[in-house]
Design a protein. Sequence first.
Length: 177
Amino acid sequence: MAIRPLVILPDSMLRKVSAPIDDITPEIRKLADDMLETMYDAPGIGLAAIQIGEPVRLVTIDVSKKAEEGEEQKREPLVFINPEVTWRSEELSSYEEGCLSIPEYYEEVERPARVKVSYRDLDGKAQEIEADGLLATCLQHEIDHLNGVLFIDYLSRLKRDRVNKRFAKAAKRESAA
């Protein structure tokens, strides 16, 4: 397992649509392991492969509760291959979202409160999960990444433009250094 560098806004890689995974190879399993290690190190609760420069339809998530002081963290990693939202509730919920590819920026985003997602697991078995709360939000956020959509796309044009400008300036400063 290895911690991989994150792709950060304004990198155009984040706008690519990721390709489906046909076979679950040892390379795909290693990618999932690397993604989990990278996600935990960041720290984050979700990561799409495109966020580490791999344009394939693979997502890792862990929304388990944070350990209390003195307790050991109990991890509940989830891996989704070719995830697809098959149903969305009409009821909406709002969460403050952030993104490892847009560091230290958070904003309220409204999404369907519940979703059903079909996917394949690391054994290649077809699975379906019905999710609500934070898991539903995280699944939608990460699946959006696979389609080149970022959570800032749900914000007003003014807020989105501000974020894009801020990260473009930061990238320019970094490349000049």
